[in-house]
Design a protein around this ligand. Sequence first.
Ligand code: NAD
Length: 329
Amino acid sequence: MAESGYGGMRVLVTGGAGAIGVNLSARLLELGASVVVLDDFSSAYEWNLPNGVELVRGDVRDESALAEAFGKRPNRVFHLAAHFANQNSVDHPETSLDVNGMGTLRVLERCRQARVERVVFASSGCGVYGPECPLPFREEQVSLRLHTPYQLTKLLGELLGNYFHVHYGLPFVSARLFNVYGPGEVPGHYRNVIPNFFFRAIRGEALPITGTGEETRDWTFVRDAVDALLAMGTSEAAVGEAFNVASGTEVRVIDMAEDVNRITGNKAGIRHLPRRDWDAKTRLCASIGKARALLGYEPRVPFREGLEQVHAWFTGCWNSIRASTDLES
Ligand SMILES: NC(=O)c1ccc[n+]([C@@H]2O[C@H](COP(=O)([O-])OP(=O)(O)OC[C@H]3O[C@@H](n4cnc5c(N)ncnc54)[C@H](O)[C@@H]3O)[C@@H](O)[C@H]2O)c1
């Protein structure tokens, strides 16, 4: 996969202090890039940021913060900053639209002015595919029947980027990320289920499944997602395209929960809660044929091994995680 070519490159990662951003930034540094992170730390923690990044603390909607970040003259931009995710957007729809819509528009405009050589946008599999799309989801299907403001703002981000590509020739790529998990994601009220389950399991609490547990997800290990993002940042074939970034396999929520309890030795089991009203997709599974063919993408970390790595990270960072999370007991 085309992850070489970053040596000596200047890379801007918006949202680079977030769950995926810290992993992407760390890998870019390993590959010899200089990395600028633009993040307002609305859902991030400085202790989680890798050593060696140059930090611009600010909002992607704020022109002065953008001027400072783009003043570093990046030649690649990964736009990850976002108001995350579904429930948060149902509770705060205006912030969702503002950050993910206006913020993305302003980042794209700066990229155009700076003649950035590549912009990779963090879109979302749950954002563009509706329950009516046949499985496995393929890139040519897009749904207009979405269920949360977050989902439609992720589709909006793709549409804005495609407009900049078509109208201005901006080299833009969309990464349709599916349920990314791994070390680096601090649990929280609006965070993903895997870190939240580990947090509760380590504390000996029953894991709350919203639904029957028969629902499936296509969980993607963060380092595999980072490999795909890096390839999108260099591959010529990627320009103007959208790619599913996923494992290509379905895992039932109940099986994931039982794995988390087994790995942590949690005896408290599982409790069932009603399904969330916006949660209309009982199954999620992506086709990764396009990413394989055009990017050489291949997920490398099996699900249970990925979960073990999350557990190891929780164990190593427990005090910082506990001090940072807003998860109630
Ligand atoms: N994690 C997933 O499963 C997943 C799935 C699909 C898509 N995505 C997308 O990938 C990207 C990264 O996801 P993540 O899981 O790392 O989320 P995250 O919330 O951990 O990261 C987003 C980062 O953006 C920052 N941020 C938020 N608002 C900002 C603003 N106005 N200005 C500057 N920074 C701001 C946050 O502080 C955070 O560090 C997001 O765009 C998300 O929508 C993630």
